[in-house]
Write a protein that binds this ligand. Structure first.
Ligand code: 6PG
Length: 255
C-alpha cells in the first residue's frame, strides 16, 4: 500500500506500509529509470549507498522479475560513499552490494566503479574523482541517472555529516571524510554531485527517523541538515518512507 503526500514543493514524498513495500517500489523505480536511460542515452549510471535501508532493494533487484529484465551490460554502478576498509570488510559498502546484488547478476566487472577505501581517504577520493571524470567527462558535473541515499537520525546522508566542511564542499566530486574517534575514515560524493543527479531517491525507514524526516520534509530543514540540502537543481528528488518514519508528518493534503 502506498500514499503520497505533497508537503515540500519539489520533493516527492511517498509513504509505504512497511520497508518491504518500500523496497519493492524502489526496485520498480530503479528498473524503470534504467530502461529509460538505456533507451535515451545507451547507459544507466547509478550511485548506491550502504546502511540498512537499501538492502531490500538490492536483494529484490537480484531476483526475478527484475534481474532477468535489466540490461546489466549497460548498467554502471558507483557508490555514494564508502568507508576506508578493504573491499571484503564487513563495513564495506561495496561488499554489501557485492553480496546482495553483484554476485547474482551478469554485470560486467568494468561497469562496477567502487571506491578503493583501503588506499586511505585522500588517495581513494582522488582516484574516485578521476574515475568519475573518465566516465562522465570532465567538463561538467556528473549527471547520475539515479542516486540512492539513506539518511541518518542526525540528518547525515552519504558521508556528509552535519556541520562538516564536506557538507559545504563545492569544488570536488568526491571528498575524504575524517569523522573522528570511533568512526572510520570515509570517502563521499559531494553535495554538488548529488544535486546534479537526474534522480535522487532517499530510502528511509524506522521510528528513529521521525524527527529528522519531519524537520527536513515538513519544517523546511531549519538545521540545514545535509540530507535536506539534497535538492537536485533540475532533477527529481523522491523520498520513500515507511509508515514508522513518516508517523510524525501531518497529512493535510494527503492523496
Ligand atoms: C552508510 C551510508 C549512510 C546511510 C545512513 C542511513 O554507508 O552507512 O552511506 O549515509 O545511508 O547512515 O543508514 P540506514 O539506512 O541504516 O538508516
Amino acid at each position: 500500500m502506498e500514499a503520497a503526500i505533497n508537503v515540500s514543493g519539489s520533493r516527492d514524498i511517498r509513504i509505504f506500509t512497511d520497508s518491504r513495500a518500500l523496497s519493492h517500489a524502489a526496485a520498480g523505480l530503479f528498473r524503470a529509470l534504467a530502461d529509460t536511460a538505456v533507451a535515451e542515452r545507451g547507459r544507466f549510471a547509478a550511485a548506491l549507498s550502504g546502511g540498512s535501508a537499501p538492502q531490500g532493494l538490492y536483494t529484490i533487484l537480484a531476483n526475478e522479475p527484475h534481474a532477468g529484465r535489466i540490461d546489466w551490460d549497460r548498467v554502471h554502478l558507483f557508490w555514494a560513499d564508502e568507508r576506508c576498509v578493504p573491499a571484503d570488510h564487513g563495513d564495506s559498502n561495496y561488499r554489501l552490494v557485492q553480496e546482495l546484488l553483484l554476485s547474482r547478476v551478469p554485470i560486467p566487472d568494468e561497469n562496477v566503479h567502487r571506491v578503493r577505501g583501503e588506499d586511505g581517504a585522500e588517495q581513494a577520493a582522488a582516484a574516485y574523482e578521476r574515475d568519475l571524470k573518465a566516465y562522465f567527462g570532465d567538463e561538467d558535473w556528473p549527471a547520475f541517472d539515479l542516486v540512492i541515499l539513506g539518511a541518518g537520525e542526525d540528518g547525515h546522508t552519504a558521508s556528509l555529516f552535519p556541520g562538516s566542511f564536506q557538507a559545504r564542499e563545492d569544488n570536488r566530486l568526491a571528498a575524504p571524510v575524517y569523522p573522528g574517534a570511533h568512526m572510520r575514515d570515509r570517502v563521499t560524493l559531494t553535495l554538488p554531485v548529488l544535486n546534479h543527479a537526474r534522480n535522487v531517491l532517499f530510502l528511509v525507514s524506522g521510528q528513529s527517523k521521525q524527527r529528522m524526516v519531519r524537520s527536513i520534509v515538513q519544517e523546511g530543514n531549519p538545521g540545514s541538515l545535509p540530507a535536506g540540502l539534497v535538492r537536485p537543481s533540475t532533477g527529481v528528488c523522491t523520498w520513500f518512507l515507511d509508515e514508522d518514519a513518516a508517523a510524525s508528518l501531518s497529512r493535510e493534503g494527503h492523496v
